[in-house]
Design a binder for this molecule. Structure first.
Ligand SMILES: [Fe+2]
Length: 464
């Protein structure tokens, strides 16, 4: 589509000549205006893509004022025509941001090149302006808090979300500093000082700062934020840094609530296990104490064997409960000073399964019931209740099995005296890899020989 050009020229012959030339070049040039006062009304009607305006016009309004009005209202690019290009005229003309000058008389070719350059420049300017409007809108509707500061620390650009955080409008923040906001009581002095330090660091070292999460006292309450601040050096605009703050309060509060309910759940579980222990204690104080000591030793062995935190916790809980099934065995059998009769021993051997059935209905999110079920299994299949072998037995059960054996051997029993630690080590060396897991036995021997455990008190010996 051909471009529409408005001619503003008070010399009739020149105007007509110009019109013909423009039409020859393929432009639409049907309108000629001779007076500055008429430019705007004609332009409103025909909406020209460009105006060629003579600086000197008859009448009250010269070409400079007419061009200024035209550009201000319709954004129409202007090329000035002038016969005398003195420096004063050019300076005045520059104020209306012209897209070109043509000094009369000019060549036709010169006219065409100047027009095409002006149209191209105008198109590029509009393109940049569109981009800027788009960017400004995107920034403005962004729910994250975005700001740009100049090198002196004044806010140069802030979006709506950033301003909302302080209960202000973007216009009320632009041009202000952090100090101004602190003076208005919008943020604490300590926070302001911290942010200022950070800004100096970003601008002086051209360093990027990323804070994954932190809490700010801003406005009416606490805000959890994830923040990134980067140095920003632009060519024309005075800028020092760009900051983006993302509010993560909802996420953080949910996380805190989840942690709290997990703590509550842990507490309930702990209380449940302690409740079992208390019930056991009342009926069979001997077994209750045994479970506590086995648990202490088993946890240390589990740690030394490199188990992760969750498996160590499983070892601790399962050890605390491993003989819970003995609650069903008559106490006269449990406390019998002599060796048990076969049928009595058969009854005692039921306790892992009774324990399993008691615990399997509780959702520990760990295999506590299975570990309890397997704590009397032996590597070679000679254990009970299932006669499992090797890898069929859970490692946690193998740890408790060694701790159980050690605790029983070094304690007095109604039917026998306590054995010495040396005796226990010797016996376990013989049973290593046959009844008991080799790694677990090694971990126990290491603990015993390096004297890092008190086998009388069943506590760890720390170096302090
Ligand atoms: Fe047991």
């Amino acid at each position: 589509m051909s471009k529409r050009i408005l001619i503003v020229e008070d010399e009739c012959l020149i105007a007509e000549d110009l019109k013909m030339t423009l039409q020859q070049f393929g432009y639409e040039a049907n309108s000629i205006v001779a007076y500055g006062e008429e430019v705007l009304s004609v332009a409103r009607e025909i909406k020209p893509d460009l105006a060629l305006i003579d600086i000197k016009l008859r009448g009250g309004m010269d070409g400079l004022s007419a061009a200024q009005n035209l550009y201000n209202e319709l954004g129409t690019p202007v090329i000035f025509l002038t016969a005398n290009a003195n420096i004063d005229t050019i300076k005045k003309a520059a104020k209306s941001a012209p897209y070109g000058y043509l000094i009369k008389p000019f060549q036709e070719r010169e006219l065409q090149v100047t027009i095409e350059l002006a149209l191209y420049k105008h198109k590029m300017n509009r393109f940049l302006r569109d981009r800027e409007i788009l960017l400004r809108n995107v920034i403005d509707i962004d729910p994250n808090m975005i700001y740009v500061k100049d090198r002196e620390g004044h806010f140069a650009i802030v979006n709506r979300s950033f301003a909302d955080m302080f209960g202000l409008s973007p216009e009320e923040i632009v041009g202000k500093t952090l100090q101004d906001l602190a003076d208005q009581g919008k943020l604490s002095v300590s926070l302001m000082e911290r942010l200022l330090q950070e800004e100096i660091q970003v601008m002086s070292k051209a360093a990027r700062i990323h804070v994954p999460e932190e809490v700010f006292d801003i406005g009416d309450g606490k805000l959890w934020l994830k923040r990134t601040v980067i140095p920003l050096e632009l060519d024309v605009l005075d800028s020092g840094l760009l900051g983006v703050w993302v509010e993560i309060s909802d996420l953080k509060n949910t996380e805190l609530q989840l942690e709290e309910s997990y703590r509550q759940l842990q507490k309930v579980m702990e209380q449940t296990v302690n409740g079992f222990g208390a019930a056991m204690e009342m009926r069979d104080p001997f077994t209750a104490g045994h479970q506590r000591r086995v648990s202490v030793l088993a946890v240390i062995l589990a740690k030394n064997l490199g188990l992760d935190a969750q498996r160590i916790e499983a070892v601790r809980l399962a050890a605390l409960l491993h003989d819970i099934g003995k609650i069903y065995i008559p106490s006269e059998i449990l406390n019998k000073p002599q060796h048990l009769l076969n049928q009595e021993y058969d009854l005692v051997k039921l306790h892992p399964e009774v324990g399993y059935n008691t615990l399997k209905k509780i959702d520990f999110s760990m295999p506590i019931a299975d570990i309890v079920l397997q704590h009397h299994e032996k590597l070679d299949g000679s254990g009970y209740p299932k006669g499992l072998t090797g890898d069929e037995i859970l490692f946690e059960a193998k740890i408790i099995s060694v701790a159980d054996y050690v605790e029983a051997m070094v304690s007095n029993r109604p039917y026998r005296e306590a054995r010495s630690l040396t005796d226990v080590i010797e016996k376990l060396k013989k049973l290593r890899g046959i009844s008991y897991d080799a790694d677990v036995v090694d971990a126990f021997i290491d603990l015993a020989e390096t004297r890092r455990f008190d086998f009388n008190l069943f506590t760890e010996i720390t170096s302090e």
